[in-house]
Design a protein around this ligand. Sequence first.
Ligand code: AMP
Ligand code: MN
Ligand code: MN
Length: 321
Amino acid sequence: MKKIDEILTENINSIAIVGHVRPDGDCVGSCMGLYNYLKDNYTLDVDVYLDDFAHSLSFMRYSDEINKNTDPSKQYDLVIAVDCSDRNRLGKGNEFFETAKKTACIDHHISNAGYSEVNHIRPNACASGEVLYELFDADKISKETAECLYTAIIHDSGVFQYSSVTQRTMEIAGTLMGKGIDFSNIVAKTFYEKSYHRNQILGRALLESIRLMNGKCIFSVISASNMEFYRVKPKDLDGIVENLRNTEGVEVAIFLYETGAQEYKVSLRSKDIVDVSKVAAYYGGGGHVKAAGCTMHGSVYDVINNLTSHIEQQMLAVGEE
Ligand code: AMP
Ligand code: MN
Ligand code: MN
């Protein structure tokens, strides 16, 4: 794989970093990790664009510089999309992707077909933070950059829990720890600590969850009025689907939240057998083998029926149920 210097070819002076809609810990950590690394080691005009994200992630250095450019006509020499599986999911700053002189993409989604001129996509990496680390010169990673990359990695790996974690992931995490970061605090404050309201909505989603397919599938749905009642935003619903998957006997967990009239954001997680990225891709979404998402229309009943028919087909194909 090429190093970051090979992406930063001649005549590149201005760079925009853009993440995906509803940025998660990997997206924010990776975008800010790249931003910090470029600020530390280069004299370039760099901007970073991100949609609204969890307050706990704003400890990262230069968070106050996010979205600092307010000139919509600014044309960048290079726009780098980070952790974004397809062009339509680019968040704030996506308009600069259209006008950029050069585009690049750094990602780890299996569903990423490579929508930029330069594509660095490693589906076997557990986080975009891991892909970025491999593009950087380890000696030039500051403590602040290490904090961002470590945050990215723990968020997409469930704190080193998922099967996407490799020996290399742990080596990288070890090197980042060696930079003097307060890793224990990062895990506690950004991954586990939740506001009272977030915990309440998690409890509600678990309480009202329903098992299907002899307990192999579980789903829960949060309506727009529920979200209003508990005063939570979509970013506060992160982690609910992983909790549902933790249920004994479950192979696939489905979590829906209402985004409009008869419109739901769907999150899918699997344990061992089902490739949920295929299910999500069928409905216009994407993601990873064991974690994917899409948006679907219709009643909750329709959405669940459609999803479970695909899940059932995959299970039948491998002789499960
Ligand atoms: P989520 O369930 O939203 O946490 O997403 C799980 C994974 O699927 C993430 O890696 C997302 O980037 C990806 N994903 C979620 N929604 C979509 C979508 N509509 N299109 C493509 N990828 C998605
Ligand atoms: Mn992400
Ligand atoms: Mn990611």
